[in-house]
Design a protein around this ligand. Sequence first.
Ligand code: HGY
Ligand code: MN
Ligand code: MN
Ligand code: MN
Length: 394
Amino acid sequence: MSINPERFLKSLHDLRQFGASGVGKGVVRPAFSDDDIAARNWLADQMRAAGLTAHFDPVGNLFGLADGPSILLGSHSDSQPEGGWLDGALGVMAALEVARASDVPVSVVSFQDEEGRFGVTTGSAIWSGNLPLDQADGLKDHAGVPFAEARARMADLAGDFVHPSRFTGYVEMHIEQGPTLDTDGEQIGVVTEIVGIRDMKITFDGQQNHAGTTPMHLRRDAFQALSAFNAELEERFRNVVTPRTVWTIGHVSLHPNASSIVPGRVTFSMQWRDGDPDRLNRMEEIVRATAGDIASAKGMEVSFGPLLGLEPVAMDTKLQSVLAASAEQVAPNKWRKMPSGALHDATNVAQLMPVAMLFVPSIGGISHAFEEDTDEADLVAGVQVLFGAVNALF
Ligand code: HGY
Ligand code: MN
Ligand code: MN
Ligand code: MN
């Protein structure tokens, strides 16, 4: 019994055709887009062909269920607005290959909206209870579309939520999305813990006005407020953060976004991540205070959207040991234990059952970009480690 590398790689490339960006191997397959829904229907067919029962839940999570108690493997098949072909897709297709190749009971999952069009790992957060469904339904994407409206697109496919008690554990394979393994020439990372995150939208309201006639000292310019906020935040974070703490303003919506208008309003995403929940909370206080002080100084209003977040979580030690033993067999001396700075569905699933993760290298450490890639030999080694670990569990 062993995995079939050609079959696995072909399936991975087949999935890439849904939402292929035309730039390198990149994909554009955000949650609930036409391409995402088409990919999920194709995946459901692949699950059926592997002898699994395909099942969509009310929020678009797709399960391929084995009969009776089983181990759950998978990840997500939605992408960032500009995404790589492996982020999420790898874990789903690796899971399917292990299910095809194994005699032991393996179920497969592709969670919905891991990439946070609406929230933070939305589909698995709802399934795990980390995000109440009624709260999720009110969350909006950057274009103002509510989650409730998006998931209604898949309502004709939806059954009930799957009861987690049918699964004995969850293992997610993923690309590292950072430079560590690639730099050190290692093939496998066994994940020890996943960082926590906080994410919220912030709005500064000033006064829209004429860009030629409004004297500088009379302006209440929303872009200037954001600019000052960004600089001041770095100052105030300085004594609180560590070299592994990160924060990002990744989406900015400036109104009305015209060359000759002093912008009256800006809404932007503010996200920060760290392994220490106390630090995440301290950073929230600093974010709110800094935004408030900037607004007062500039005669503007500030408002905050809902704070979304996930706590840091540790991976199950027994599952880690099984993955480590399998890694040592497949890639002797070419694996390491390491934390994850990216988020994963595993964070949510850890509320329900023991979870573990393994990483393969990202070439140049690049991800959330069309250039994202991994050597085929590393992709295959990762599936072999997953297969070995799963079969060692039974
Ligand atoms: O942003 C993340 O860490 C994840 O890839 N959504
Ligand atoms: Mn991912
Ligand atoms: Mn991602
Ligand atoms: Mn004019």
